[in-house]
Design a protein around this ligand. Sequence first.
Ligand code: GTP
Ligand code: MG
Length: 204
Amino acid sequence: MSSLKAEFVVSSGKPDTFPSDQLPEIAFLGRSNVGKSSLINALLGLKGVGRKGLAFTSSTPGRTQSINFYRIAERLAGYAGSFYFVDLPGYGYARVPLERLREWKQLIETYLSSRETLRLCLMVLDARRGWMDPDRELRQWLEHQGRPYLVIVTKTDKLKNQSEQQRGLAAIRQETAEPLLFSAFTGRGVREIWQAISTTIHPR
Ligand code: GTP
Ligand code: MG
């Protein structure tokens, strides 16, 4: 049996307030309103959609403006360890003033380029929209920085029928070999995503 304990640690707008305890980190990246915070809640077995989870979710885009760190303590048979889930503010929200956009870019780039404890980035895409230019730009940037990432396709519950599923996912697969399919509504994909996270945190 395993158990998880999760707690909010800090909401940080500057590198000098990032946690300093050197625990490994898994970062969640994606466009504003794509469902990053809902994904975090679903992985923690908390209410996936709505406000009851640990990570604050909202139907108003651009809600998460700073970097939120959640410490997860894990207990498996014979093993206990901790790591962070890092909820990054979403990008690509048009109604953000230019000055805020610059601050945002600087904050994210500082985190992604210099954070030594960052182990894996989870890039979250909307199943109905697929890859959009800001996502491609970020992916290119991650590759350039040599940051390992996985692609998660969320809101798959919104693809109504089979042909919509096939069309949407085929377009995404043209640019991604193995995306993980997820829904915060149905819980689809939670196990596979945890498997990927565990492999990263406890390499054999
Ligand atoms: P920012 O913090 O603003 O960047 O947004 P976010 O990426 O954290 O998105 P959030 O998790 O707050 O979710 C945005 C909206 O999408 C909310 O209204 C959620 O209820 C909804 N949502 C998230 N995941 C899913 C999903 O899998 N299925 C459906 N149908 N809705 C979802
Ligand atoms: Mg959020």
